[in-house]
Design a protein around this ligand. Structure first.
Ligand SMILES: Cc1cc2nc3c(=O)[nH]c(=O)nc-3n(C[C@H](O)[C@H](O)[C@H](O)COP(=O)(O)OP(=O)(O)OC[C@H]3O[C@@H](n4cnc5c(N)ncnc54)[C@H](O)[C@@H]3O)c2cc1C
Length: 403
């Protein structure tokens, strides 16, 4: 028997985060979209203070251990807060993707050392830098190098599109996890993650991207110029293990893709809820249970949007639940991410369309949700790349055989 009901405690927390989304995020949503890159400090400090009195922390990144159903809880929280505002959610101080990489690839000692500062004090950010000017979907093409020199690793290269990169390198005790190759000839197996703390000589933010959506979140270009970190800042083993290949990158994505799926679902639900309320106000009925032949085009569209959202949510919940159960979830994480990214772009566009010029106007948040939606189809692996992973896993092909 499958039970889709949330535990009472989880449902209660979802209600609490929904209230945060409604009362603290929605009122400042438009303002910080327009003031791109500026930080809503009152909100960020309030969320930091509140989440450091409760467990688990908001958006801290899915984990493979800890309380039962912790990952499921994280994605339910992400959906609620992204219903409020996806950009603000991404800007919330957490160890972020960098934290997820440490959880996936670090030793127990490294997890304690690098993540302990995130337990309190001032707001802090972590970030993760894989993407480069010549490398995005094909992460194996990473050109940033890490060369051992005495007691240090010396990093050189340029990273682009690093979420919260600026905040991570400016706040006290922030860090960026930088993926670099220790042995180019070993291909994917030579790529390793390194923790680069703020204030490390040789690491600088050289640019902030201006973006279509999630504009309050900073997206940084980072230059590593003879940037030296101690030997024990490489996460996990420094050995190049050809048979394990890219397992640390994949393990990081297995944990973060369900969260991105949930973020997409939050934005899609915001659009859907708005349209539902609008129809109610306008006395436009949605007649559930009516024969499909008798439905209006609007009713069909609306029901299709609801169906797509629910399908995406169930896939995301399954992927997170599998992680909580300690099961391998690469296939399910990619399925959820691909489905949710596509669903939210379609739902948010249709919502704008259904409201006509009003949907396109900046009077409402619908046009913003349409802009915020698209990123879920791009970062953490584009839709095409996630579909490729799904196909490989189902058909039993390697990345060399199907690319
Ligand atoms: C706002 C934002 C935040 C980001 N945050 C981070 C971050 O924090 N850290 C980080 O490291 N990166 C981050 N990224 C980068 C993001 O992960 C990459 O943009 C993404 O992986 C795609 O890589 P690319 O840009 O090089 O595109 P490309 O790989 O050049 O892809 C271009 C197009 O070709 C398609 N394509 C590529 N290969 C294939 C294939 N084999 N089959 C079919 N289609 C294919 C892609 O799907 C895409 O549509 C961020 C990006 C954005 C926009």
């Amino acid at each position: 028997m499958i039970d889709f009901k949330l535990e009472p405690q989880t449902a209660e927390r979802a209600r609490l985060y929904h209230a945060v989304a409604e009362q603290m995020m929605r009122p400042i949503s438009r303002e910080y979209d327009e003031r791109e890159h500026e930080k809503p400090w009152d909100f960020l400090k309030a969320v930091w203070a509140a989440t450091h009195q409760t467990e688990p922390r908001v958006g801290a990144g899915a984990e493979r251990s800890g309380p039962k159903l912790r990952n499921l809880y994280t994605i339910i929280t992400a959906e609620e807060l992204c219903w409020g505002d996806a950009g603000l959610f991404i800007a919330i101080p957490t160890a972020g993707l960098g934290g997820a990489a440490i959880m996936a690839a670090g030793t127990a000692e490294q997890k304690r050392r690098f993540l302990k500062p995130f337990d309190g004090g001032e707001p802090k950010w972590g970030a993760m830098a894989i993407t480069e000017p010549g490398c995005g979907s094909d992460s194996a093409a990473i050109a940033t190098t890490a060369v051992r020199d005495g007691d240090n690793w010396v990093l050189n290269g340029t990273k682009i599109f690093c979420t919260s990169g600026q905040m991570a390198l400016e706040c006290s005790e922030g860090f960026v996890v930088v993926w670099a190759t220790v042995d180019k000839s070993a291909g994917r197996a030579g790529i390793k993650p390194f923790v680069v703390p703020r204030n490390t000589p040789g690491v600088t933010v050289s640019r902030l991207e201006k973006k279509l959506g999630i504009r309050v979140s900073d997206t940084a270009q980072i230059v590593l110029d003879n940037c030296r970190v101690p030997l024990d800042h490489i996460l996990g083993s420094p050995e190049v293990e050809v048979e394990h290949g890219f397992k640390d990158v994949m393990a990081t994505f297995d944990a973060t893709r369900p969260i991105v799926a949930a973020m997409a679902i939050g934005v899609g639900r915001a659009a859907l809820d708005f349209v539902r309320d609008f129809f109610k106000e306008q006395n436009i009925p949605i007649r559930y249970g009516t024969s499909p032949r008798r439905l209006t085009a609007i009713e069909r569209d609306f029901m299709e949007m609801e169906t797509q959202l629910q399908a995406a949510r169930l896939l995301a919940w399954r992927a997170a639940w599998m992680l909580d159960m300690g099961q391998r979830n690469s296939l399910e994480a990619s399925m959820a991410k691909a489905k949710a990214g596509l669903a939210v772009t379609q739902i948010s566009q249709k919502a704008v369309e259904l409201l006509g010029p009003l949907g396109y106007s900046r009077k409402l948040l619908l046009e913003k949700w349409m802009r915020d939606a698209k990123i879920n189809d791009i970062f953490e692996g584009t839709q095409q790349i996630n579909l490729l992973i799904v196909a490989r896993r189902i058909l039993g092909y390697s990345s060399r055989e199907l690319n």
